[in-house]
Write a protein that binds this ligand. Structure first.
Ligand code: CA
Length: 224
């Protein structure tokens, strides 16, 4: 899952950046409103964490423009303690949730999971598929009632495919969701992760759609 973090406070931003990466997200961190606007135009994210008090362009303007363009990616805004008007303005402009500074990193991660879950139309916090149970919060995976250990990125690839069951995800899209700008992308990384997942689970779980990408089928009888 790839997240855009927009925060000009270096200390706070650094803490969130590290925390989210440890939680398995690919994070792109920008520190002003103009760069945020460009990042949102040029990239696809699973969620956005947006501070409202930003240099160059206010967070609220970034948010309004983003929504005016019809983009529905979940946005969580960060506001100051006394910023009740900011909170109201932000929610009215299309934010999905907010946190008041200072906040707990664990809470930020939990809210982010909830936002991403809702964006995929899920009410259940775990992803279940046949005899597979993936829990994004606990970072655990069970297959045939056995715990299976996946690396951080294998886990992210599997979660992404499960969130998008019935849809083909291109290698580029999977790659984008795994790496931030500052990460070095290893060539064939996605293929290697898929290979490992297949070996650890069922080789037939993930289908290769030649020339297009990868997909996990919807469970039988699960109509769109
Ligand atoms: Ca700020």
């Amino acid at each position: 899952m790839r997240v855009l973090l927009v925060e000009d406070d270096v200390l706070l931003g650094d803490g969130i950046h590290t925390g989210l990466r440890n939680d398995g997200y690919a994070v792109d961190w920008v520190k002003d409103g103009e760069t945020a606007r460009r990042a949102l135009q040029d990239n696809e994210f699973h969620a956005v964490i947006l501070d409202l008090g930003l240099p160059k362009l206010p967070g609220l303007t970034v948010l309004k423009e983003f929504r005016e363009q019809g983009n529905s990616t979940p946005v969580l805004i960060l506001t100051a303690q006394d910023g009740i008007n900011d909170r109201i303005g932000g929610l009215d402009a299309g934010a999905d949730d907010y946190l008041v500074k200072p906040f707990d990193l664990e809470e930020l991660c939990a809210r982010l999971r909830a936002l991403i879950r809702r964006a995929h139309g899920r009410t259940d916090s775990v992803l279940q598929h046949d005899n597979l149970v993936l829990d994004p919060a606990a970072h655990t995976l069970q297959y045939n009632n056995q715990n299976v250990t996946l690396s951080r990125r294998e886990f992210a690839v599997l979660q992404n495919l499960l969130e998008n069951r019935g849809r083909v995800l291109s290698r580029e899209r999977l790659e984008q969701s795994l790496y931030g700008w500052s990460d070095e992308v290893e060539s064939n990384a996605v293929e290697v992760y898929i290979h490992h997942i297949r070996k650890k689970l069922d080789s037939k779980l993930i289908r290769t759609i030649r020339g297009v990408g990868y997909m996990i089928d919807k469970p039988q009888g699960d109509a769109e």
